[in-house]
Design a protein around this ligand. Structure first.
Ligand code: NAD
Length: 496
């Protein structure tokens, strides 16, 4: 055995829930099987937790919150521990990247260069910010001193999806922990392995027991128990719009906990006739849809292109798709597109490809399953031409490597089509005219708009959705901090 095969053989997975600073079995003793989507073989048996385990985790988090062991720490001290935590993630990048690739099917070149380094960077960014934020003194006049202070909520629940298991967890953990909360987090049922190892690294960094708890298991059981728990003060959710709605309903029916939802998308990439360098545009458009197998909330899954340049751009797109977005074993450095996360998800994506053809669109590249002999869930990057915006493949989130191309005539129609969706997460606009760019960026209903690029911004910018793409908050940047804190007024009468 050489190289990566040796590394895989040497891996041991953490498979039990992490509660009150220790790995524990599910109270029921049950486990469930997770598999490697690149070959369909069993990867691990993970603790199948239920409401009893959520109770244990929330109790541990509540004890830690009430003791002040974390919230009462000087921000600079909390920062030091969280920076150490981020450093440990960086030091284990090889191991964590391998776990993430095996568990999710992501190309190893991405998990090594992006997923895991970005996870560490996110924790570090929020930690570094926390001893530089000030509260306020209100302009009351001499009769009183009124302080407007922010306090941690206490116990925060987090529910995260399978497409970026480590990174999406960090988008919640970074701001929630930095602001002094204790967290109970639930990874997606099929992708728990990286977060369990990350929780262990948090303990190694010195985070006190109970500050970070990970409860594994089915969303309908564990996620519901978190969302309905009376001692959870806020829940930060990333996932589908459908499940996000139920989380909001659970809050309404329980303790009115604060709810932040980061949801799905059907993001337009708009290419105007004056867009420069169509080769570069083709590279960026293809990256926006095929990166991470299209399993990306902000995937640019609709290409809206001026009819005058459509055929030219499409020819370049087909070329770059074939030459760059190579499907294969995620552990091969050359692979850019791994398998989809599960068989069920692959079948859902293939169902959309069939629907696209049935509705009259035409696959100009891809269009089906590939590498079936591996036992893995691979789908070829697929581009549908001749689509209209009312087709299912233009309206529904496919969450796979499928690009739907719709032609338009003029700016007004481009904006109308871009906004003709229930979602509003992200958008891109390609044009050489700064006035067009600015006008269109304002007119598109989306939380993040990239001009001449596909972008989710970076850690300094907030990320959240309009319409059915989000509710109640944002991830990243200092805007993420307030949602994990209560605002309190302390009014001190100064009269004699
Ligand atoms: P999902 O909604 O099925 O699951 C998300 C999480 O919720 C998982 O941990 C799941 O176990 C849990 N869950 C499932 N049922 C639940 C219930 N009844 N109550 C509480 N929790 C429950 O989503 P997914 O398939 O894991 O992820 C894909 C979705 O996530 C896509 O729609 C994608 O757009 C979205 N997403 C959004 C963002 C963003 O920042 N806006 C980022 C990544 C993914």
């Amino acid at each position: 055995m050489t190289g990566i095969a040796e590394e895989v053989a040497a891996l041991t997975f953490r498979t039990r829930a992490f509660i009150d600073g220790a790995f524990v079995d599910a109270a029921s003793g049950r486990t469930y099987r997770v598999e490697n989507p690149a070959n369909g073989r069993t990867l691990a048996e993970v603790a199948e937790c239920d409401a009893e385990d959520v109770d244990r985790a929330v109790a541990a988090a509540k004890r830690a919150a009430e003791s002040g062991v974390w919230s009462g720490m000087a921000p600079g001290d909390r920062k030091r521990l969280l920076v150490r935590f981020a450093d440990l993630i960086d030091e284990h990048v090889g191991e964590l990247a391998l776990i993430e690739s095996l568990d999710v099917g992501k190309p190893i070149s991405d998990t090594r260069a992006l997923d895991i380094p970005d996870t560490a960077a996110c924790i570090r960014w929020h930690a570094e910010a926390i001893d530089k934020l000030y509260d306020q003194v209100a302009p009351t006049g001499p009769g009183a001193v009124a302080m407007v202070v922010r306090e941690p909520i206490g116990v925060v629940g987090a529910i995260v999806p399978w497409n970026y298991p480590a990174q999406m967890a960090a988008w919640k953990l970074g701001p929630a922990l930095a602001t002094g909360n204790c967290v109970v987090i639930k990874p997606a049922q099929v992708t728990s392995l990286s977060l369990l190892r990350i929780a262990e690294l948090a303990a190694e960094a010195g985070l006190p027991a109970g500050v970070l708890n990970v409860v594994t298991g089915p969303g309908s059981v564990v996620g519901t128990a978190i969302a309905r728990h009376p001692d959870v003060g806020a829940v930060a959710f990333t996932g589908s719009t459908e499940v996000g709605r139920t989380v909001l309903a659970h809050s309404a029916e329980s303790n009115l906990k604060r709810v932040m939802l980061e949801l799905g998308g059907k993001s337009p990439q708009i290419v105007m006739a004056d867009a420069a360098n169509l080769d570069r545009v083709a590279e960026r458009v293809s990256a926006a849809i095929f990166w991470n197998m299209g399993e990306n909330c902000s995937a640019g899954s609709r290409l809206l292109v001026d009819r005058r340049v459509k055929d030219d751009l499409l020819a370049r797109l087909v070329h770059v798709t074939g030459s760059t977005w190579l499907v294969g074993d995620p552990l091969d450095e050359a692979t850019r597109v791994g398998p989809l996360v599960t068989r069920v998800h692959m079948e859902r994506v293939l169902g959309y490809i069939e629907a696209g053809t049935r509705e009259g669109a035409r696959a100009v590249t891809g269009g089906g399953r590939v590498l079936e002999e591996t036992g893995g869930y691979f789908v070829a990057p697929t581009i549908f031409d001749d689509a209209t915006n009312d087709m299912r493949i233009a309206q529904e989130e496919i969450f796979g490597p499928v690009l739907t191309v719709v032609a338009f005539d003029g700016e007004d129609e481009a904006i109308r089509l871009a906004n003709d969706t229930d979602y509003g997460l992200a958008a891109s606009i390609y044009t050489e005219n700064v006035r067009t760019a600015h006008r269109m960026a304002r007119a598109v209903h989306a939380g993040t708009v990239g001009v001449n690029c596909y972008s989710e911004g970076d850690l300094t910018t907030p990320f959240g959705g309009f319409k059915l793409s989000g509710f109640g908050g944002h991830d990243k940047s200092v805007h993420a901090h307030d949602q994990y804190m209560e605002l309190k007024t302390i009014w001190i009468d100064m009269a004699d």
